[in-house]
Design a protein around this ligand. Structure first.
Ligand SMILES: Nc1ncnc2c1ncn2[C@@H]1O[C@H](COP(=O)(O)OP(=O)(O)OP(=O)(O)O)[C@@H](O)[C@H]1O
Ligand SMILES: [Mg+2]
Length: 207
């Protein structure tokens, strides 16, 4: 059996940066790595990318309003494909799967948008549990600074209030899900990478 590791955190927390560094770290040690992300690049993922999010209001796809529930179902459908077609077979084949976001993102963001947490957890019951979830935690002010230079901005980027709720939700989720570990994402890229490697080595030793 391989290993399934997830990197989570608010927008601009450094997830993609750290996921790539961790993938390289495993590859240098001779492991076969699958670096993946959510939303995925499948048809469902593409539909999600069309979704224009609005502050607590309903999202919009191709000019039509989409309820929060439909949004959650879209993310879950994308994840169902991700788990069945890529994550599960790869882990079973002995590979190291690293996913940039997973169902914890759905819980943190959609809960912040007013949906019921228990319904969201039930909806994602099919999603296999990772061996380790790294939560990159930092104040919203800092993450917003990091992504300020980006040309394409989602509504999520713009709404600091929502991001703050998402950060709080992630921290609450870390109390509930024992696989989640909080890493201080205010540090340098290298220091954060070293913290993540220490956690991974600790997890590997347990097996
Ligand atoms: N530890 C760090 N210190 C300072 N800047 C950082 C750090 N880590 C990443 N960055 C920079 O911050 C920006 C956001 O990083 P990154 O894209 O990895 O975040 P992300 O969590 O994947 O964002 P998103 O949620 O939007 O995908 C990038 O420009 C990156 O180079
Ligand atoms: Mg990213």
């Amino acid at each position: 059996m391989g290993m399934f590791i997830v990197i989570e955190g608010i927008d601009g927390a450094g997830k993609s940066t750290q996921a790539k560094l961790l993938a390289e770290w495993f590859e240098e040690r001779g492991h076969e790595v699958v670096l993946t992300k959510e939303p995925t690049d499948t048809a469902f993922g593409k539909l999600i990318r069309k979704l224009v999010l609005t502050g607590g209001k309903e999202g919009i796809i191709d000019g039509a309003r989409i309820s929060h529930e439909a949004e959650a179902l879209l993310f879950a459908a994308d994840r169902a494909e991700h788990v069945a077609k890529l994550i599960k077979p790869s882990v079973e084949a002995g590979k190291i799967v690293i996913s940039d976001r997973y169902f914890y993102s759905s819980l943190a963001y959609q809960w912040a948008r007013g949906l019921d947490l228990e319904w969201l957890i039930d909806l994602n019951r099919f999603a296999i549990r990772p061996d380790l979830v790294i939560l990159l935690d930092l104040p919203v002010k800092e993450s917003m600074k990091r992504i300020n230079g980006r040309s394409i901005k989602t509504e999520f980027d713009k709404i600091a209030e929502l991001q703050k709720r998402v950060r709080e939700n992630y921290l609450k989720l870390a109390e509930r899900f024992p696989e989640m570990r909080i890493v201080n994402a205010l540090a340098s890229v290298e220091d954060i990478h070293n913290d993540i490697v220490a956690l991974v080595e600790h997890e590997l030793l347990k097996k």
